[in-house]
Ligand binder design. Structure first.
Ligand SMILES: NC(=O)c1ccc[n+]([C@@H]2O[C@H](COP(=O)([O-])OP(=O)(O)OC[C@H]3O[C@@H](n4cnc5c(N)ncnc54)[C@H](O)[C@@H]3O)[C@@H](O)[C@H]2O)c1
Length: 275
């Protein structure tokens, strides 16, 4: 197909590396868990870090620890994102790296209340859209910017027992892909972090499915911070702190029915576990 990815007609854009040292970085949901680890790792790499969190005390504590600046606030709303970016610009001058990390995992299946589906949509998808809307004009005019979305392996695969999470994380990954495909040639680096289980309060609250599917291979948030810095250095879009996710993703694409059968067997194990 002419112009298809990887064909001769495709104008290939080289990997876009991002230098952490001296950069101005923002991390949403940076008061705990993966966001705190990203903030710590970016600061250790020499970035000046703005730490956002809904929990003002947590944001302040992490900012104090990393020599950064706290901007508490709710990034699940349009004004919340706008105010965060204005405050971060006021402090940093330019924002070089924006880690759109805050996310929620609530709800189970189709019976999940409408408000809960909506909360997942606002934070797990629209927060990324709104942040990029604010950041893109400046980044495109200077020909440089780095946008990091914390999606999940659930965004490439699925998370059993968590339909709103799976659907909205697919949305997050799809939006990050769209940004990369659209603006890669104009200086935008986009990265999508897709871990499986990470030992945070979110994993602790993930219930029976989390126990069966995620707990055994769970990693520490610091490993996600390391994976981010490796991904920034080599310009890779998909950041996979659990490398085996790449194989599952390939299997899902290459033999979808077999992959679905395997997932359904796992669902049966979850039901049998009866935890
Ligand atoms: N823990 C895992 O196993 C795992 C796996 C894959 C992806 N993720 C993703 O990583 C990201 C971080 O998850 P975590 O495990 O660190 O979660 P966490 O619940 O431990 O921490 C999330 C932080 O985000 C903050 N937050 C929540 N809503 C917010 C909002 N509206 N505005 C600003 N801050 C808000 C919370 O106060 C908290 O400090 C999420 O996007 C999550 O979906 C987590």
């Amino acid at each position: 197909m002419p112009g298809a990815p990887g064909s001769d007609q495709t104008l290939m854009v080289g990997a876009r590396m991002t230098i952490v040292e001296g950069s101005g970085a923002v991390v949403t949901g940076g008061g705990a868990g993966i966001g705190r680890a990203l903030a710590r790792r970016l600061a250790a790499g020499g970035a000046r870090v703005v730490v956002n969190d809904l929990d003002a005390g947590a944001a302040a504590a992490v900012a104090a620890e990393v020599g950064g600046y706290a901007v508490p606030g709710d990034v699940a709303t349009e004004p919340g994102v706008r105010e965060l970016i204005a405050a971060a610009r006021g402090h940093l001058g330019e924002i070089d790296i924006f880690c759109s990390n805050a996310g929620i995992a609530e709800g189970t299946g189709p019976d999940t209340p409408e408000e809960s589906w909506q909360r997942s949509w606002e934070l797990n998808v629209m927060a990324h859209v709104r942040a990029s809307r604010e950041l893109l004009p400046g980044w495109l005019s200077r020909g440089r910017g780095c946008f990091v979305v914390t999606a999940s392996a659930a965004g490439l695969l699925t998370m059993l027992g968590a339909a709103p999470y799976s659907v909205t994380k697919h949305g997050a990954e799809a939006y990050a892909e769209w940004l990369a495909a659209t603006y890669g040639h104009r200086g935008l680096a986009v990265h999508c972090i897709c871990p499986q289980g990470v030992r945070t309060s979110m994993l602790a609250a993930s219930g029976r499915a989390g126990n069966v599917v995620l707990r055994e291979a769970a990693i520490e948030p610091e490993q996600v911070g390391e994976a981010l810095c490796e991904g920034l250095a080599d310009g890779r879009f998909l950041i996979l702190p659990h490398p085996e996710v790449l194989g599952y993703y390939g299997m899902r694409a290459g033999d979808t029915d077999r992959w679905l059968q395997g997932m359904n067997r796992m669902q049966q194990r979850i039901e049998e576990a009866g935890l």
